[in-house]
Design a protein around this ligand. Structure first.
Ligand code: IPM
Ligand code: MG
Length: 361
C-alpha cells in the first residue's frame, strides 16, 4: 500500500531522532512491500526561523493531507534561545498546541512499559517493581488549562496572572470513551485521575466518567486523586492498567511514568482525533542540551512509529515487527547513554537506529 507520511523534525534533538525513525519506516517498506511518500513540515522554532510564526496554515494543510504525522520535538533553551524573547503566543510550544487543536487531536495515548532488560535502569527498588508494569496514560489533549483563557495584567496595582481550567461534558465523555475502549483490549481497568476534592472541573469529570462506565460493565473503574496518583506511580506502578486524566495532570504524570520505565527516552505517544488520523511523537522534549551530540535515544520516536503503523495505517504485523526489533536490541545489550547500565554496550543515536532497523523481520 501507498501512504503519505508527514514528518516534522522540529527542534533540538528532533531532527536526529526523526531521521532514525524514518530509517525504520523505510525498512518496514522494504520488507513488507509498502511505499511511503514523505513530506517534511515546519513547526515550532524551525517554523519561527523561516516564517516568523511557530505554525503556518501550510503546515496544518499538509498535515491534514497526510495519512499520519510523525514528529520529533519542538522548543529550545528558554534562557538562551531568541524564540523565548517573543511573546508567548509566538513561541515554539504555541505551535505544538496549535496543531493539536487544529487537527482536533483530543486523545493522547502514552504507554509506559517496563522492559525486562531495563529493570536495571528503573530507579525503583526491586520490591516496588514486582512483576513489572504495563500501563497506558490516556491524556485529554485539547482542553483544560492549556486552552483556557489566560491573561497577565495589573489589577489594583498588583501584577496578576490568570489561567482558566474549563471542561464541558462532551469533551470529558469522548476521552473517557477512548479510555474504556482501550481498557477493553487490555486488563479492563480504568483509573480516572482528578482533583475532585478541590476542583469543579474534576467533579464534573468524575460524574461523566461514571456515566460512561455504565456502558462498560466488564471494566473496573476507580477514581484516584492526582496527588495520590503521583505517589502510587512510584509506590506500586504495577496496579495501573489505563490511567484516564485531563490535559495538565496527564502532562505531569506521563513524565513521571516514563521515568519509572528507566528513561523518558523510551516513552512513545499517539495523539488521535475521531478518525484514524494521528500525530505521533515521543513524550520527551527537544533536549537542547544534548542536541547535535549524537547521543539522544531514538527509541521513543521509533516506538511512536510502531503506534503510527498500528493506529493510523492498521498495519499490526508491521507494528509488532518494530516493537520486537526494539525488544531484541535491548536483549542484545545495546543502550544509549540514558539507559546505560553495567555490562551493556553504549551506542549513539545513529547506531541505535541502524541496530533496530537491522532487526526488523
Ligand atoms: C508534552 C510536552 C508539551 C505539553 C509542551 C512542549 C507544550 O511537555 O507533549 O508533554 O505540555 O503538552
Ligand atoms: Mg510533557
Amino acid at each position: 500500500m501507498d501512504y503519505k507520511i508527514a514528518l516534522i523534525p522540529g527542534d533540538g534533538i528532533g531532527p536526529e531522532i526523526v531521521r532514525e525513525a524514518k530509517k525504520i519506516l523505510d525498512k518496514v517498506c522494504l520488507i513488507y512491500g509498502h511505499s511511503f511518500t514523505y513530506k517534511e513540515l515546519l513547526l515550532g522554532g524551525a517554523s519561527i526561523d523561516r516564517h516568523g510564526v511557530p505554525l503556518t496554515d501550510e503546515t496544518i494543510a499538509d498535515a491534514k493531507a497526510s495519512d499520519a504525522v510523525l514528529m520529533g520535538s519542538i522548543g529550545g533553551d528558554a534562557k538562551t534561545s531568541p524564540w523565548y524573547q517573543l511573546e508567548p503566543s509566538r513561541r515554539p510550544e504555541a505551535g505544538l498546541l496549535g496543531i493539536r487543536k487544529a487537527l482536533n487531536l483530543f486523545a493522547n495515548l502514552r504507554p509506559a512499559y517496563l522492559y525486562e532488560e531495563l529493570k536495571a535502569a528503573c530507579p525503583l527498588k526491586e520490591e516496588r517493581i514486582g512483576a513489572g508494569f504495563d500501563m497506558i496514560i490516556v491524556r485529554e489533549l485539547t482542553g483544560g488549562l492549556y486552552f483556557g483563557k489566560r491573561e497577565t495584567a495589573e489589577k489594583d496595582g498588583v501584577m496578576t496572572a490568570v489561567d482558566t481550567l474549563t471542561y464541558n461534558e462532551n469533551e470529558i465523555r469522548r476521552i473517557a470513551v477512548k479510555a474504556f475502549d482501550i481498557a477493553m483490549k487490555r486488563r479492563k481497568k480504568v483509573t480516572s485521575v482528578d482533583k475532585a476534592n478541590v476542583l469543579d472541573s474534576s467533579r464534573l469529570w468524575r460524574k461523566v466518567v461514571e456515566e460512561v462506565a455504565k456502558d462498560y460493565p466488564q471494566v473496573t473503574l476507580e477514581h484516584m486523586l492526582v496527588d495520590n496518583c503521583a505517589m502510587q506511580l512510584v509506590h506500586n506502578p504495577g496496579q495501573f492498567d489505563v490511567i484516564l486524566t485531563e490535559n495538565m495532570f496527564g502532562d505531569i504524570l506521563s513524565d513521571e511514568a516514563s521515568m519509572v520505565t528507566g528513561s523518558i527516552g523510551m516513552l512513545s505517544s499517539a495523539s488521535l482525533n475521531e478518525t484514524k488520523f494521528g500525530l505521533y511523537e515521543p513524550s520527551h522534549g527537544s533536549a537542547p542540551d544534548i542536541a547535535g551530540k549524537g547521543i539522544a535515544n531514538p527509541i521513543a520516536t521509533i516506538l511512536s512509529v510502531a503506534m503510527l503503523l498500528r493506529y493510523s495505517l492498521d498495519l499490526d504485523k508491521e507494528a509488532d515487527a518494530v516493537e520486537d526489533a526494539v525488544r531484541q536490541v535491548l536483549k542484545d545489550g545495546y543502550r544509549t547513554v540514558d539507559i546505560m547500565s553495567g555490562g551493556c554496550m553504549q551506542v549513539g543515536t545513529v547506531q541505535m537506529g541502524d541496530l533496530i532497523a537491522e532487526r526488523i523481520r
